[in-house]
Write a protein that binds this ligand. Sequence first.
Ligand SMILES: *Cc1c(COP(=O)(O)O)cnc(C)c1O
Length: 455
Amino acid sequence: MIARVGGMCYYRPQFVENLLNMTQATQAQTSQKPATFTKLVSKEGGTEYDLLPLHVCEETFAPLEVAYDHDAIRQQVSRESIEAGPNSIWRYRDFLPVATNNPIDVGTGMTPLVRSKRLAQRLGIKNLYIKNDGVNVPTLSFKDRVVSVALSRAREFGFSTVACASTGNLANSTAAIASHAGLDCCVFIPADLEAGKVLGTLIYNPTLMAVKGNYDQVNRLCSEVANTHGWGFVNINLRPYYSEGSKTLGFEVAEQLGWQLPDHIVSPLASGSLYTKIYKGFQEFVQTGLVEDKSVRFSGAQAEGCSPIAQAFKEGRDFVTPAKPNTIAKSIAIGNPADGAYALDTARNTGGTIESVTDAEIIEGMKLLAETEGIFTETAGGTTIAVLKKLAEAGKIDPDESTVAYITGNGLKTSESVQGYIGEPLKINANLDSFEQALERSRTLDRLDWQQVLV
Ligand SMILES: *Cc1c(COP(=O)(O)O)cnc(C)c1O
């Protein structure tokens, strides 16, 4: 089937048609739990689709989203049943679009929610929490959540090869979890990614394509590959299932706060998916009676060198104008964000804001979080902390309101971004005199000058 609108062309490949029968057969064999997810629904116009590897509405070209039977979930699920579940995202499996009782569980999720003392003090606010997905399993970013869901669903569809278009962290996650599940894997990244992200993909031995171009060009290429090969692209034809995994960052925070919602959240934005799905997660917990309804402000963070959503917010637009990325925050450098318009709605409807910060502020943010909380985050986390600081300084965070800052990735993967900004070790001779001299000087010098203390 081919649809054409405004020069764009959308194919429903033959393999998708073939999957319809196959999927029903597979589900009949493996499904032991009554499915709580019912269909795919277009975000514009509401056209409904079968639960297939499809991501775009054939009529409006809007993204498709998974719909659930919330009454069924309400009957099956309680706070106690969730608490008795696995110590991973799969404790929320009734809210996830996977039919089998044996999803791919590598321990993803249930990362720490840390009550901040020193960073809160520094920023002049009282009730701050850090959700630290920089220590997520297996690859130290929030992407392990979305990939665990996408590959579980890919296996139900019968895909033997999975793939992704990645800004770095998704490459690591897809390659690692595909290895665990025994699936063939092909990963596409922009050629200029950080060494840690490349190495952290290659170690799992996928096919790794480094594309000469930015993420948006990589993504376009992958859409073509998805249409011509019968592969499961986690963030293209599996995107409706994949993106649901981000809801678990909302669920966990609500559970970890003692079954209540925070007053305010700050999250980074790349495509805008994570941000809007945290919102969906909170809504679903309210709809199923697990938490009380409450208004939560949603604030978002972008790097100035790639801030199409923040720009649109500032200018009061309800559409996003694509940008050409130029920032050290590569993991969130998406110039043409798929969920940008929905992120704008979320910020405006909740009384939040979307801000951008410079690369220098991002590095300061990384250092600030490390020095106050002992958490080494990557550039995306530095972006979140820099925006949090900006909001606190502008009085946009009520000192008493509970605020959650989402830290989505680990600093060891983007070490080159802070190289040159964190000083050097003090090189000394192996004797006490040399040590005492260096110690004396280190007390009078800014640490950036330490490298001069060569004795
Ligand atoms: C991918 C990514 C994000 C944001 O993802 P979207 O859902 O596309 O907005 C944020 N932080 C890190 C570290 C990421 O890798």
